[in-house]
Design a protein. Structure first.
Length: 176
């Protein structure tokens, strides 16, 4: 693709807000010919919906929030917790951000069965001193319908099953 492919994200908003702490995003990120520039605030709880045309930068935005990518310029914070502030040289590691993330392909560790993939998230939560509340493992398994999958390997799961396991792992990590 020649030239700039900048397309703004259509919208980001929250549904069923329970918390008034704001998610604040103000970033610029260049990847090849693609340039993402976005700025918005949203309540930090509830369900966040980010939508836009294919190639608008939705996945790039999520990668920036999680720490998989670094913005060229900007600020990412939830409440008082700053994940990135390029003006102050702040850039928390992915693990320090404690963000639950489920990629589009439901990426799982192929050498771990479903139980071990879920336990990976729970172990991560137990190591975090700032979030002492542990998520109820049985409730996550029951709610997501994972009970019959616990002894299976990722390669034997359907795409939807992989996504549910990845979502369970993210929830068990007790994200901020």
């Amino acid at each position: 693709m020649a030239g700039s492919t900048y397309r703004p994200l259509e919208r980001a908003f929250m549904i069923d807000t329970l918390d008034t702490r704001a998610l604040e995003i103000d970033v610029t990120h260049q990847r090849g010919d693609f340039r993402l520039e976005t700025r918005f605030e949203a309540p930090a709880s509830g369900v966040t919906v980010v939508f836009g045309a294919s190639g608008a930068g939705k996945s790039t935005l999520l990668d920036l929030i999680c720490g998989n990518l670094k913005p060229d310029r900007g600020l990412i914070r939830i409440g008082e917790r700053v994940f990135v502030d390029t003006n102050r040289n702040v850039d928390l590691t992915t693990e320090q951000r404690a963000v639950g993330w489920v990629p589009q392909d439901g990426l799982l560790f192929p050498h771990l069965d479903v139980t071990a993939n879920l336990e990976f998230g729970a172990r991560r939560a137990r190591r975090r001193l700032d979030r002492p509340v542990e998520i109820d493992r049985r409730q996550v398994i029951d709610t997501l319908g994972l009970g019959k999958l616990l002894q299976r390997w990722p390669r034997t799961l359907s795409g939807g099953e992989r996504q549910r396991v990845a979502l369970g792992r993210a929830l068990l990590s007790n994200p901020s």
